[in-house]
Design a protein around this ligand. Sequence first.
Ligand SMILES: [Mn+2]
Length: 409
Amino acid sequence: MKGSIRFLHCADLHLDSPFKGYYHLPGPLFRDVRESTFKAFDKLIEHAVEQQVDFVLMAGDIFDQDGRSLKAQLHFKKGLERLAEHHIHTYVSHGNHDYMSATFYPMTYPDYVHVFETEEVQSIPFYKNGERLADIHGFSYEQRAVHQSKHQDFIPSSEEIYNIGMLHGSLSTNTEHDVYAPFSVEQLLQRGMDYWALGHIHKRQILHKDPYIVYPGNIQGRHRNEQGEKGCYIVDLFENTTSLTFCPTENIQFIDETLQIEQQTNLHDLETIVQSWKNDKRMECGKAFIEVTFQGSLPFPKEQENSMIEELKDIWNEQEEEVADWVWITRVHTSITPDWDREQLKNGAHFIGELIRQFDNYQDIEEYVHELLYHKHMRKYLQPFSEEEKQDILNRAEQLLLQELVKGE
Ligand SMILES: [Mn+2]
């Protein structure tokens, strides 16, 4: 009979992320942003201590930069020391962002810390009260990339103990990100592990239950594509069952919201609506970056809509500069309620019908944005568009065109 164990699984801490795209923010906000990965890390350590876990698994990309800033390293070390004081072990593997061969100042960690030092899969035992309860299997990236599969090298040590695999890599079918140490769910299942602690993909997802194969996602969102709550899992392994609890750690949330604006809303109403909505978000999420879409009708003449909205956005944001839990509007979109019947127009023989049919058959905007995305300077800052974003761009283009064309009819 195996005794139960409790551990915390996290990955992609990206400590000291530079948040390059946020330099334009007012000082206090930018400071909060720059501190956010550290704050998230502190919260994670608190969860581990409060939940009295046996150990913590960190599945790669602890540091954001291969150079590992001294600040990030010292902060990390302090967290590990706090865990060690509570007799909590930490198992660390390094990923494509903090690979081993990069130049950085070496740190000494407490005895409770176990680092996978090589690209070869190794097994490190976990002992509780002198009894070996689990083996943790893992590896670290020695170079910036690991292109070959690693799953085949994970071999359970014994049936008598729990076997946990730590793997920083991606599903071979995932083409949205760089594919490292590729695997399929079936391949992982064949290895006979009791739990797979994955890292690399920043979106939280459970790929399989019984046994669990889990991406906890990163601990703090870093841009508009990393939305909502971010955190880690507390995992309880029992002989015949496993339970997972999500614990949020993020200090700042990235949110996308749509606000419905009724007809006849005047500027004064709009102000009231936005203020109370912002306060709701503040209560719900704490610090947040929000991208908002106004749906419905705005109290401005169409030609002035964009400039008025931009001006209002600045006014709304100015009020946030002194607030501890700020809610900062990053972008405002307007989505007018169309006063045309798309289906009816689509079936028409005229130009508008042809245009809508073109939109429906249109698959990829890549050829039009390719030059921008892959420009030698821009590509450092831009990420390829997701399928959702591409569709969104298409929808907006259609709306703009139809709005002008229908008006001219
Ligand atoms: Mn990562």
